[in-house]
Design a protein around this ligand. Sequence first.
Ligand SMILES: [Zn+2]
Length: 279
Amino acid sequence: MFEEGTIEGTHIRAFPAIKKKENLPALGQCVYCHRKADDNGKPLKLTSEHVIPEFLGVGLELPAASCAECQKATADFESAIATSMFDPVRKMLLLKGKGGVLEKTNFPLDVGRETTRHEFIPLRHYPTILLMPNFFPAASYSRRSPLSDDLFNILMFNINAEPEYLKQYALEDFSTQAIDLVHFSQMIAKIAHVYGTHRFEAFRPTVADFVRTTYPPGSPVLGHLEHVGCLWQRKLPPTDNLHEIEVGAMHWQGKAMTCIRVQLFAAYGMRSYYVTIGE
Ligand SMILES: [Zn+2]
């Protein structure tokens, strides 16, 4: 058995498949850099921050919570993840983003005949597979080294990958774009940090700086799995919720850390990520 921490959950927030607009109480300072004013003392313009990115079909917002600089950093990795991992899934499951359901109807598919060869397939024949990384427990609550950067495996849910459709395009084999684990971890850490800030008045944040740092695509970064990981021994019953967030305390080696469980696509059997957001 893999040695890992145990979580004691205190509160679960469930997100149904139908998007619902809802605001948490306004924060009044940047949730990432904690500033209210710029270097000259001028009040910063703070925008509303989505807890779960809006493109995943969720309307829960923390108002007055992000400065322009941090907003740019989070928007960058969110739009990269949206396009590279979730566009066909969003369209297929009719998840409503900012402008409603995605208008695009053709999606690129890497067919691997040449390195840059992509076919554009109409959605109804597109082999839509929900893919999510499955992580080892994070370094902060297991014996894993903070400098390791590998994932355990990839979990998939086949939404629409029909062999007969693939034959029509003479595609025997295909792959989806590789997952950028740094951007993905940033997105999970962001969800946990923003929700945790709303739940807890004061804690020493551990992932805020990681979330607001800009990493170019595919850049080698170590330490992104220090606070983001999966638990292997905690098994949860299946749920009908599209997504879930749980708040709790992670116990590991005599320490208790503030921990948020983020489960995206819970209804499709995807794994929970446990983020230690503070001490
Ligand atoms: Zn900021």
